[in-house]
Design a binder for this molecule. Structure first.
Ligand SMILES: NC(=O)c1ccc[n+]([C@@H]2O[C@H](COP(=O)([O-])OP(=O)(O)OC[C@H]3O[C@@H](n4cnc5c(N)ncnc54)[C@H](OP(=O)(O)O)[C@@H]3O)[C@@H](O)[C@H]2O)c1
Length: 167
């Protein structure tokens, strides 16, 4: 997830214009390497509207959209899942061992609440936004993390924090 230094992932309107392109480039190469990513229905719909950055251009073999609506119409090349567990089961059935969770806030919270996250990568943009969509929606979970590495991304002040979720 790409966040501001105060933990915001998007404006209230859903725009991510304050984030550097490096975030998207990193997501694309990471998701393509894993071969499979999962996104919440609202993220899928938001990103499909963007011209340059669309999930359609991500060359991952499996792209899963989670929605409680079993009849949610999805574009070709997308797989529907009814819940976080359903998404992981479908990915595992297709042979994927590593699955990238692409957000947004409701999805990350749902996965954390069900204790389904092993690793977290936060790319911190050098930016503050007083209001917007936070990394997690208020939810009933807590977790201790182990910091694995800290990396600079590019030369514009972006920092990546790699954590393992201790279980
Ligand atoms: N900065 C970043 O790294 C980053 C990454 C991703 C997204 N974003 C931004 O985040 C925003 C969207 O985040 P969001 O929190 O509003 O929405 P979201 O998490 O992308 O999607 C929420 C939807 O996912 C489905 N869902 C959530 N929990 C579920 C569960 N437990 N079981 C089944 N389905 C479930 C529901 O779809 P239905 O209503 O269809 O049932 C729900 O409305 C967008 O603006 C996007 O641009 C930012």
């Amino acid at each position: 997830m790409a966040i501001t230094a105060n933990g915001i992932i998007a404006r209230e309107t859903g725009e991510e214009d304050f984030l550097s392109d490096l975030n998207w480039d990193f997501f694309v190469s990471f998701a393509e390497k894993a071969g499979c990513f999962v996104a919440g229905r609202k993220t899928y719909e938001a990103i499909q509207q963007w011209e340059e950055y669309t999930f359609d251009n991500v060359a991952a073999k499996m792209k899963i959209v989670v929605s409680r609506d079993s009849e949610k119409p999805l574009a070709r090349g997308y797989t529907h899942a009814l819940s976080p567990k359903d998404a992981l089961n479908k990915a595992a059935k297709a042979g994927f061992k590593k699955i990238v969770l692409a957000g947004g806030a409701h999805m990350t919270s749902a996965f954390m609440t069900e204790n389904l996250v092993d690793e977290i990568i936060l790319t911190v943009e050098p930016y503050l936004l007083g209001k917007g969509i936070p990394l997690f929606t208020p939810s009933d979970f807590e977790a201790r993390l182990k910091l694995q590495k800290v990396k600079k991304l590019g030369n514009k002040g972006l920092v990546q924090l790699y954590y393992k979720v201790l279980k």
